[in-house]
Design a protein around this ligand. Structure first.
Ligand SMILES: Cc1cc2nc3c(=O)[nH]c(=O)nc-3n(C[C@H](O)[C@H](O)[C@H](O)COP(=O)(O)OP(=O)(O)OC[C@H]3O[C@@H](n4cnc5c(N)ncnc54)[C@H](O)[C@@H]3O)c2cc1C
Length: 446
């Protein structure tokens, strides 16, 4: 094993929204930050092959579950935000407040800083407009959703969001990483962190694998932000038990309906409009996806006769707040069954989506298989980390999807950015050698 002589103030592992904002904000405070990222730092080409290589390779970025539903996560600088659909959903403040966390100020700051706004009318597709109109006619409060998009760079009839957006229109957490690097941070790519190094109950660094070498680097503080699956695996390797024993995934299905004469190209920003049934735990949105991905969905669901349909199709996403019925097995494999309660939500949501499609003039509808994109709640606030996102080890924090205290069933990135801002403020201004706050930690650390 190589030992570096370098010592940093903070090591941040992972560069999704959770890690990106912590790294960026700490460099603004003059901290010496080292970022360690498993993936590459290649420029975004916006091709299907790059999208697949960043997030859709089964068993690598896309861990398979017991029901073999794809769980997509991005492994590249910027994390899953390089593949996301850029919806900026207001955080569920009431859930965080139960744990003594208020991020309203941080969210207000982010709204002032980032390009967050509903999509302009001229970028709207006929499918999204008709979805919103039909949902409203049925009494649903369907509205334009806020997007993380520089709209002056966004193109009509473009399907690049999910592929990565080579036009610079989609905001993602690589912008944060780039600013952190500009401010003096160091980044190591192609480096997979295996474990946190601890001494006497305190985190002092990490060990990562680069090629065939194991390398350890040291810092006063370690922030693990490797995502809802990556972080519990690192913590387990570091001696924590209990993490990753539960897992939510915000699973989705897509209901499609063909409306003859709809017009448009079928290519547009996904999730321009939508609505949330809070009590039921179901979110709906239009969901334009690239043609080849639609074809994958059709083949996956054995809707083989629909593979040729695209331009005149309205795709409606049904996302549910699922039970914490998942589990990360040793080695990173996932177990995740759709529980009976989840099935009821999906049936309910699919029925509503079909009603909307019929209202829009679709005669026949068809439904995709279930896929998942937000693995989380595997290192929960109130159980494994305290309200400051601190583990029971001094100097060791977690900041990503894994810390949700419960399943959200909502796009989480704005909330993660708020939590990360709050953590960076805490790390820059407080004595981090103190005790864990307010909770009885259930996991044991070795
Ligand atoms: C198709 C799709 C659409 C989505 N749309 C939206 C949306 O519209 N709005 C929204 O809010 N959210 C959306 N999401 C979800 C959102 O992108 C994620 O929830 C968010 O990126 C999670 O941030 P994170 O910081 O937890 O982790 P991630 O963004 O997953 O980042 C984790 C990082 O850690 C790195 N890493 C993992 N393991 C290691 C290791 N061992 N060592 C070093 N580095 C490691 C990864 O390479 C990655 O860079 C979408 C997701 C997908 C897949």
């Amino acid at each position: 094993m190589e030992k570096s002589v370098d010592r940093y103030d903070v090591i941040v592992v992972g560069t999704g929204p959770g890690g990106g904002i912590v790294a960026r904000d700490l460099t603004r405070q003059g901290k010496r930050v080292l970022i360690i990222e498993r993936g590459d730092y290649q420029p975004t080409r916006g091709t299907i092959s790059q999208m697949v290589s960043r997030g859709w390779v089964p068993g690598v970025q896309m861990p398979l579950t017991t029901q073999v539903k794809p769980v997509v996560r991005g492994v590249t600088t910027g994390g899953t935000s390089m593949l996301y659909t850029a919806t900026a959903h207001e955080p569920p403040y009431e859930i965080l407040e139960k744990y003594g966390i208020d991020i309203r100020d941080e969210i207000a700051g982010l709204r002032a800083e980032l390009p967050i706004a509903p999509i302009r009318d001229e970028l709207m597709s006929p499918a999204a407009q008709l979805f919103m109109k039909s949902a409203r006619e049925l009494g649903y409060d369907c509205k334009k959703l806020d997007k993380f998009i520089y709209q002056d760079k966004c193109l009509r009839d473009c399907d690049s969001c999910i592929k990565g957006c080579p036009n610079g229109a989609k905001w993602n957490s690589r912008y944060l990483v780039d600013e952190a690097l500009h401010n003096g941070a160091t980044m190591i790519n192609h480096a997979k962190v295996k474990r946190v190094i601890t001494e006497g109950g305190r985190a002092v660094g990490v060990e990562y694998k680069s090629g065939v070498k194991n390398i350890s680097l040291h810092a006063d503080i370690v922030v693990i932000a490797a995502g809802g699956i990556g972080s519990p695996v690192i913590l387990r390797n570091s001696g924590f038990s209990g993490v990753g024993e539960k897992l939510c995934m915000d699973p989705i299905l897509v209901v499609f309906g063909q409306v003859k004469g709809l017009g448009g190209s079928g290519r547009a920003v996904p999730m321009m409009t939508g609505f949330h049934l809070k009590e039921e735990g179901i979110m709906f949105a239009d969901l334009h996806i690239p043609k080849v991905l639609k074809q994958f969905f059709d083949v996956h669901a054995l809707n083989l006769g629909k593979v040729g349909q695209f331009e005149d199709v309205i795709p409606i996403m049904v996302k549910i707040r699922d039970d914490l019925s998942g589990k990360i097995r040793n080695g990173g494999l996932l177990k995740k069954d759709i529980s009976p309660a989840d099935k009821i939500k999906f049936n309910n949501g699919e029925g509503i989506a079909k009603d909307i499609l019929r209202q829009a003039g679709a005669h026949k509808t068809y439904t995709s298989q279930i896929v998942a994109a937000h693995p989380g709640a595997s290192v929960k606030i109130g159980e494994h980390v305290d309200k400051n996102l601190k583990t029971r080890f001094d100097g060791l924090y977690v900041c990503d999807c894994s810390v949700y205290p419960e399943a959200l069933g909502l796009p989480p990135s704005l909330m993660l950015l708020g939590l990360g801002k709050r953590l960076a403020k805490h790390l820059a201004t407080n004595n981090t050698h103190g005790k864990v706050d307010d909770i009885s930690l259930l996991e044991t650390a070795g």
